[in-house]
Design a protein around this ligand. Structure first.
Ligand SMILES: N=CN[C@@H](CCC(=O)O)C(=O)O
Ligand SMILES: [Zn+2]
Length: 411
């Protein structure tokens, strides 16, 4: 099946050579072809070029994209899409003056979601999660990572990971699975957190690996959650099973989690709302992708990741949603890109690079996703008629997407 898009106002993120990520000043460059065509064969990008040299071939379907822009689908490398129920009551409590921390200390927060998840049948968790996944695909997400971490018992963590596996089987986009058993210390272990770490490392992790339910390991390295020492212990154990780290660090406090992640060759370190100079320096000599989650900052009214300091230090940066019931009940990557521009002072070019090719890197997908390149998967967004790509982040809250293609198919 050959599908040809012609008269495309601008074809964005066109990369001739395979690049795995973009960093520093290179992030300001977003290669494109104006007045372009794009040819898809089955699930792959076959060719592209300028309308000055249109392709002379027979195709099965032609689409006129006059006035519209085509760009790769968003690569959302950090989500908690699999969960049960919601936490709108905590949202109201925060409006009335309680802090996220106070809510967590009262047994709300992650423990609240864990209770609901444990009590919800697997089929129902699947149904609720699939609905969210379908919603984000329509918003232009074409590759996604999903974490466990609302189970906090062996049974419930494995249940979450099986739901992720089933989503992967039933949907066409790449889904990466991360084991986040060390997300919070369950109430029963409050006085003996070391025993919970033992449970995660000695009991649950081996089963996750045996059942091949995750490719990545995560931990919430933060005051009141898990220490840097816990992080070292877990990441070392996970390495034995071939699970690479993608970890929650520096959300509220800089306690050395970035350094720990880099020492274990983490694929990504995520959140980074609070960054000291040492954290930035440590990242400079690494292959670890820093990941910012600006919708979490918006929702919790916490600082935004200091993108300018990170980029001006020559580092790369990826953007992701953090879609979860507590700190970010939104999986809208379009909003994330807008917030990165508005609140983090990233240029539209930097934000689009961060949400496509660098997001793909943070899921080890940049050889097949994240850019318009020959032979890559045909995952792309066709916008409505818009004046320019800068209009995408500028018109925040407006849905500028006309359609989304995953593996060459309209979704
Ligand atoms: N910070 C840790 N975990 C999630 C939020 C968890 C929750 O509040 O349910 C996050 O990435 O923001
Ligand atoms: Zn998260």
């Amino acid at each position: 099946m050959k599908l040809l898009f012609s008269n495309i106002k601008e074809l964005l993120q066109v990369r001739e050579e395979t690049i795995l990520k973009v960093s520093g000043a290179d992030m300001k460059k977003l290669p494109s072809i104006k007045n372009a065509w794009l040819l898809i064969e089955d699930d792959k990008i076959e060719a592209y070029g300028s309308m000055d040299n249109p392709p002379d071939i027979e195709v099965d379907e032609k689409i006129d994209a006059s006035g519209k822009i085509i760009l790769p689908t968003w690569c959302d490398s950090h989500t908690h899409i699999v969960y049960a129920g919601n936490r709108e009551q905590e949202f109201a409590d925060r409006i009335n003056g309680l802090s996220y921390e106070e809510i967590a200390n009262r047994g709300g927060g992650i423990l609240n979601s864990a209770k609901t998840l444990q009590e919800t049948p697997e089929e129902e968790v699947y149904k609720q999660s699939a609905k969210r996944l379908e919603e984000v695909i329509k918003l232009g997400t074409g590759a996604v990572e999903i974490k466990s971490g609302y189970g906090l018992t062996e049974e419930a963590e494995l249940k979450m990971l099986r739901v992720i596996k089933k989503l992967r089987e039933n949907y066409d986009l790449p889904i990466k699975s991360t084991f986040l058993g060390a997300h919070a210390i369950p109430k029963d272990y409050k006085e003996r957190p070391g025993e919970y770490m033992d449970l995660v490392i000695k009991e649950i992790l081996p089963k996750v690996a045996e059942q091949d339910l995750a490719e990545y390991i995560d931990i919430f390295c933060e005051k009141g959650y898990f220490t840097v020492e816990d992080t070292h212990k877990l990441l070392s154990a996970a390495k034995e099973y071939g699970l690479k780290p993608k970890i929650h660090v520096n959300q509220f406090n800089a306690i050395g989690g970035v350094k720990a992640g880099v020492e274990h060759n983490a694929l990504s370190v995520d959140h980074l709302e609070v960054m000291n100079d040492e954290d930035i320096d440590v990242l400079k000599n690494s292959e670890t992708m820093p990941v910012a989650l600006p919708s979490c900052s918006l929702f919790l009214s916490i600082p935004y990741t200091p993108a300018r300091r990170i980029l001006d230090a020559g580092l790369p940066l990826a953007l992701a949603t953090d879609f979860n019931p507590g700190s970010t009940p939104s999986g809208n990557m379009n909003l994330v890109v807008s917030l990165a521009c508005i609140k983090m002072k990233m240029t539209p070019e930097e934000a689009i690079n961060a949400a496509t090719i660098n997001g793909a890197y943070a899921m080890e997908l940049s050889e097949t996703h994240g850019s318009i390149s020959k032979g890559k998967q045909a995952n792309f967004i066709l916008t409505k008629e818009i004046p320019s790509y800068t209009y995408l982040p500028y018109a925040f809250g407006t849905n500028s997407i006309e359609s989304v293609y995953v593996n060459g198919k309209l979704v």
